[in-house]
Design a protein around this ligand. Structure first.
Ligand code: NAP
Length: 539
């Protein structure tokens, strides 16, 4: 039974009189449960608790935070069928996908726990004092990553677990030592409540400070903006539309006395280059791979391949025809919510209204009002180059083929592209050698380069980069998936001639955490005196 309340640290709270309900695109009706919108006083209470919690939470040991993250994972795993059933209704996503995403979410939490235990992510660097250096002595200087403070997370609609309440932003911020306030996504409020409850229980079991986590219900344009502008918020994690992401980015830059980092992952159409020899040898396999990737999860992935660059040759028409046939035959799929379904349909209309765009696949026979059928369009490269509107994200199972008549035109088209999360190269070894310049141009515009695969499916690991130049994200130096996501929520702090007792453990001479550190430019797990003795002996 859902309570419909906000979670403010350790308590539930529903002081307001306005409520929201979750709408199901599966049943076409509202689901049971009234969710009470947070009042301003409740939002301020969550902020004050987060600020107070930070003073305690930032001093927790890596092991204490790792145990907290593992406990959240255990609590989520224990939610069982209640969670999956509610989320299926709220999102239209099938059971298998959600079970997989639940595993990904708990795996992500455990990955950050392991990262904390290993410890070297804090990038501890020690330059020991050189009192006899001429002409000037050097002070003892040590630096390490420290948490920023309370982080505001906007849950994403398209990954109700892995990018939502207990998703990557929350996991990485908590791992870094930052309290988290989640603005629940209004399209999966029941899911949010179950996930937030799991985090709240874990916080209490692990003795974490009251306010280390809160989850608030409300609209983005009101509650979301109020939280984003509050001085106690020190960073923002967001996944969603360009419009909302930029509204938050601008609010940080213009409406706050102190701007803060806004990590917004917004709009990406994920170009794929189908190079000529690959097309000649494997046009049918390539078409099948692309069709499966375009339609996966009703195309509601930030890595959905929305642009296909082909260099005209004898097999281009075969490839395009095969892809069109496969997409025509693909079953309809229920979309996440009314807004996303509406945006998909209006995105298609907008594309069709543009000069030079030809529809190759466009069915209008979906039985469910909130289901999408796949669409495929094509356009000549010179039209694509001349019209930036062709680069607007159509969020759903849709792709646009760019027909290029020369290598020069292909390079120009790739150069005209905005920043993207991913770029994919379908090419033989010969293609990759011949098109090295094109691939270089693509590399400058993406966060992840995929060879002979598809961009959908993002591994949560140590080396993953899920980011990219604007407008894919507002900060191309960051990733929202993988171990480095934690770096978004820390800043380097340098200690000069600091007494041992006052140094963070990561910087103490004895290295009590046993982590890898750089001492006088050499990586070592040893204590400072041993490292210096070895360096002196070598010299
Ligand atoms: P959204 O509309 O951008 O909403 C995301 C979050 O931002 C929600 O919590 C929303 O609040 C909040 N919000 C909206 N306007 C805001 C504002 N002015 N200030 C502060 N917060 C604001 O995204 P969505 O609902 O997930 O999907 C809508 C569209 O976003 C899709 O059709 C698609 O084009 C795009 N999208 C892209 C990706 C991607 O990864 N590239 C992923 C998901 C969606 P409410 O709950 O009140 O709406």
């Amino acid at each position: 039974m859902l309570h419909g309340s906000n979670l403010i640290g350790n308590k539930t709270s529903a002081a307001g009189s306005e409520t929201l309900r979750a709408f199901s695109t599966v049943t076409g009706d509202f689901l049971p449960g009234n969710f009470t919108i947070a009042t301003e006083a409740e939002a301020l209470e969550a902020l004050a608790k987060a600020r107070a919690a930070f003073a305690v939470y930032k001093k927790t040991t890596p092991e204490e935070r790792a145990h907290f993250l593992d406990t959240i994972a255990d609590e989520i795993a224990a939610l069982g069928t209640d969670l999956i059933e509610r989320t299926m209704q709220e999102t239209g996503l099938p059971q298998q996908r959600l079970l997989g995403e639940q595993g990904r979410t708990t795996g992500q939490l455990r990955m950050f726990a392991a990262l904390l235990r290993e410890g070297s992510w804090v990038e501890a660097v020690i330059d020991t004092a050189l009192p006899d250096r001429k002409p000037l002595p050097r002070a003892d200087i040590r630096k390490v990553a420290q948490p920023l403070g309370p982080v505001l997370v906007f849950a994403a609609s398209n990954f109700p677990f892995a990018f939502s309440t207990a998703g990557g932003d929350t996991a990485s911020a908590l791992a870094a030592g930052c309290p988290v306030i989640v603005k629940a996504h209004t399209s999966h409020l029941g899911t949010n409540e179950l996930m937030a409850g799991a985090i709240q229980r874990a916080a209490q079991k692990c003795g974490m400070p009251d306010g280390v986590f809160s989850s608030l219900i409300g609209e983005g344009s009101t509650l979301g903006q109020m939280l984003a502008k509050h001085p106690d918020v020190k960073a923002i994690g967001f996944t969603g539309s360009y419009r909302a992401g930029m509204a938050l980015y601008k609010a940080s830059a213009n409406d706050r006395k102190a701007p803060i980092p806004v990590y917004a992952e917004m709009s990406s159409i994920n170009p794929v280059l189908v190079l000529p020899e690959k097309s000649e040898q494997e046009w049918d396999t390539v078409a099948a791979q692309l069709s499966a990737s375009i339609t996966l999860g009703a195309g509601q992935f930030c890595t959905n391949p929305g642009l296909l660059f082909v260099l005209e040759n004898s097999t281009t028409d075969l490839l395009v025809q095969k892809l069109a046939d496969l997409l025509k035959a693909a079953p309809e799929a229920t979309m996440l919510n009314k807004t996303i379904c509406g945006s998909y349909n209006s995105g298609i209309e907008k594309l069709l209204a543009l000069q030079g765009v030809r529809a190759l696949v466009q069915r209008r026979d979906a039985a469910n009002e909130y289901a999408a059928t796949a669409t495929l369009f094509e356009v000549a490269a010179d039209t694509f180059i001349a019209n930036p509107d062709l680069q607007e994200e159509v969020f759903g199972p849709s792709s646009l083929i760019i027909r290029c008549s020369s290598v020069h035109q292909l390079n120009e088209a790739v150069s005209s592209m905005h920043g993207q999360l991913t770029g994919t190269v379908m090419g033989t070894d010969t293609d990759v050698a011949v098109f090295a310049e094109t691939i270089d141009l693509l590399t400058d515009r993406v966060g992840r380069l995929v060879f002979n695969g598809v961009p959908t499916g993002v591994e949560v690991g140590q080396a993953m980069v899920h980011g990219g130049p604007f407008p894919a994200t507002t900060d191309s130096r960051s990733t929202s998936v993988g171990a480095d996501a934690i770096k978004r929520f820390v800043r380097p702090v340098c200690y000069q001639d600091c007494p041992q007792e006052h140094l963070p453990d990561a910087l103490k001479d004895a290295n009590p955490l046993g982590i890898m550190r750089k001492i006088n430019s050499v990586l070592t797990r040893g204590p400072v005196d041993l490292a210096v003795a070895m360096q002196t002996a070598k010299a």
